[in-house]
Design a protein around this ligand. Structure first.
Ligand code: IPD
Ligand code: CA
Ligand code: CA
Ligand code: CA
Length: 278
């Protein structure tokens, strides 16, 4: 069997399309908003319903597989990634965007086996862009191959980052100092589209040259990591070491030169790990 996970990916595509439609339909109605860890960390009924739909559909077909879903993980609890085939699900990446109807809202799913990402699907469902990538098979947007810009000169780059939800003074100072340090290189600009997975896809298709972030989760990164890697991008830890899905941090870029330059410019701050209690 040369490609045992293709059937899982094809099935996942159908479920993801259904989830995307559910999100688009929800945008036509009033959105009732709830708070999670803070007044700026939001969740809606749609986040929960979409996750239920995805997990129940996939579990019906693959009852022995494991699941890590943002809305199913108890606040602060550890997520265990094992060798078992595992679906890592963010039902709505960009909940704040969803609440404001700001158009970068996606479903993000990454599938791991032996802790390696086999495929990723990110459906930016308002734009109707379906990003897909399978290990060793390239990356696509709506079936058309995509690749990173290949830019090597950071001073000609567009860089993405996000401010996240944690805003204690020390975290905030480091985050602002990091942005200042990148802006004064100078780069062409910094953008914050508000969805980690969309950010990775923007790097993957060459619309941006880099994305860095500390404090995100495995469900923010799993789908997009497959896509950016298969599009020829670099994905690594903020220390310059190998990318670690459970580390809550990443740099991804169109070239090693840009990723290394960002790693030198930013100062990491403690953000815990997904596989430990936070
Ligand atoms: C968030 C988005 C946002 C990032 C946050 C994430 P959510 O995911 O990816 O861009 O800044 O750190 O938690 O909560 O909308 O799924
Ligand atoms: Ca969230
Ligand atoms: Ca997310
Ligand atoms: Ca989410």
């Amino acid at each position: 069997m040369s490609d045992p996970w293709k059937e899982c990916m094809d099935y996942c595509l159908e479920v993801t399309k259904e989830a995307g439609k559910m999100i688009r339909d929800a945008l036509q109605r009033d959105i009732s908003i709830m708070q999670k860890s803070s007044p700026v960390d939001l969740v809606t009924e749609t986040d929960q319903k979409v996750e239920e739909l995805i997990i129940s559909s996939i579990r019906k077909k693959y009852p022995t597989h494991s699941f890590i879903g943002e809305e199913s993980v108890a606040a602060g609890a550890a997520s265990v990634l094992t060798e078992n085939p595992t679906w890592i699900i963010d039902p709505i990446d960009g909940t704040t965007n969803f609440v404001h109807r700001f158009p970068f809202v996606c479903v993000s799913i990454g599938f791991t086996v032996n802790k390696e990402i086999e495929f990723g699907i990110v459906y930016s469902c308002i734009e109707e862009k379906m990003y897909t990538a399978r290990r060793g098979k390239g990356a696509f947007c709506n079936g058309v191959p995509i690749k990173v810009s290949g830019q090597e000169d950071i001073s000609k780059s567009l860089v993405l980052t996000e401010t996240g939800f944690k805003k204690d003074p020390e975290h905030f100072r480091t985050m602002m100092a990091n942005m200042e340090s990148i802006l004064t290189i100078p780069v062409h600009g910094i953008r914050s589209p508000g969805s980690a997975a969309v950010n990775m896809c923007l790097v993957a298709c060459g619309a941006a040259d880099a994305y860095y972030h500390m404090g995100i989760h495995c469900w923010d990164m799993a789908g997009g990591a497959a896509i950016v890697r298969e599009a020829g991008g670099v994905i690594m830890d903020v220390s310059g070491g190998p990318f670690d899905l459970m580390s809550r941090r990443l740099i991804t870029a169109s070239s090693r030169a840009i990723a290394d330059c960002i790693a030198k410019k930013i100062q990491p701050f403690p953000c815990g790990r997904d596989d430990a209690e936070n």
